[in-house]
Design a protein around this ligand. Structure first.
Ligand code: SAM
Length: 301
């Protein structure tokens, strides 16, 4: 069996509907991904907000676009930092296609009304593609965030170009996604090179290339340290727990990897996953996956 045939036999996780959300949820809980992103926002937004505010007139409204904020854990923090440091008057366009997540975000906003008062929310239950079709040409933003959502926006170069063009001069776009030089980036590179598998997800390396190709200036790339105990993936395939199976599927972005990948390929992937390229050994001998994210910070010149 050739590497290409291996790829044909494995279903992509992104095409698995609800199962994708189950796998993401398990990974999020194990890695505290959302908390780590929120911490990154708290550490970095004050300086970014300051730099935006210095270019604004006092009576000018600060405009913000959130792309796929989910339940709003990171994005409402961004808004409260911008409101605190940058400007009293903020208009925030919230582009979130999932009605359930949008309601959760709205509930959070009403619970935290003191921190977000004076923010004028414009809720759009739309995909990126639908937003593009309806947005006015003259709508521009001082701050745009896309946290773990750029994967779903279609062609990467076109999405980044569109978002860059939506920035005011001096405005900032932050794209947070899996780091090319982290466990996901390296594992997927290995899956592509050795198994010929197609992984339909981007990393920060792809964003760097896309920006370079289009002369979009990257001001800075910061690594967000996210780690996850993946020891449960290394049990013998027949004895894998349900969580071990799901986690392995999330890491490889396939469905039923342990059962469906031919043994020699599965063993090769597990060896690579447990190696220093992707993981380190914890104090009790556990396998800790380096699932780093990267925050790519782009400033409109
Ligand atoms: C992995 S979640 C990330 C949520 C949140 N930003 C976070 O970091 O936790 C991906 C988000 O992108 C949204 N999304 C999915 N497809 C999208 C699309 N075509 N356009 C815009 N957002 C999309 C999802 O509804 C979800 O809110």
């Amino acid at each position: 069996m050739t590497a290409r045939q291996v790829a044909v036999d494995l279903q992509a996780l992104s095409e698995s509907g609800d199962y994708y959300n189950t796998a993401l949820d398990l990974y999020d809980r194990g890695s505290r991904r959302i908390q780590r992103l929120s911490e990154w926002v708290d550490e970095n937004l004050p300086a970014l907000a300051e730099s935006i505010s210095s270019g604004l007139r006092e009576d000018e409204e600060l405009t913000v676009l959130s792309v796929g904020p989910g339940e709003g854990d990171s994005d409402r923090r961004i808004l409260s930092h911008l409101r605190g440091r940058a400007h009293p008057k903020i208009r925030a366009v919230i582009m979130e296609p999932d009605s359930h997540m949008m309601r959760q975000y709205q509930d959070l906003v009403s619970k935290e009304s003191a921190k977000l008062q004076d923010v004028d929310f414009d809720w759009r239950q739309q995909t990126f593609q639908e937003y593009q079709a309806t947005a006015k040409e003259e709508d521009k933003f001082h701050f745009i965030s896309s946290f773990s959502s750029i994967y779903y926006c279609g062609d990467l170069e076109k999405s980044l170009k569109y978002l860059y063009e939506k920035l005011h001069c001096g405005g900032i776009l932050v794209v947070a996604l899996m780091a090319g030089e982290g466990g996901f980036g390296r594992l997927w590179q290995h899956l592509r090179q050795t198994l010929g598998m197609t992984i339909d997800f981007f990393t920060s390396t792809d964003v760097e290339h896309a920006c370079r190709n289009q002369n979009i200036p990257i001001a800075e790339i910061q690594t967000i340290s996210i780690q996850c105990d993946i020891s449960s993936c290394f049990d013998p395939p027949q004895q894998l727990t349900q969580d071990g199976n799901i986690l392995l599927d999330f890491l490889t972005h396939t469905v039923n990897f342990a059962q469906n990948a031919p043994a020699e390929y599965r063993d090769d992937v597990l060896r690579f996953l447990g190696s220093e390229a992707c993981s380190k050994t914890g104090p009790a001998g556990e396998a800790i996956f380096n699932g780093f994210d990267a925050a790519v910070i782009i400033r409109k010149q």
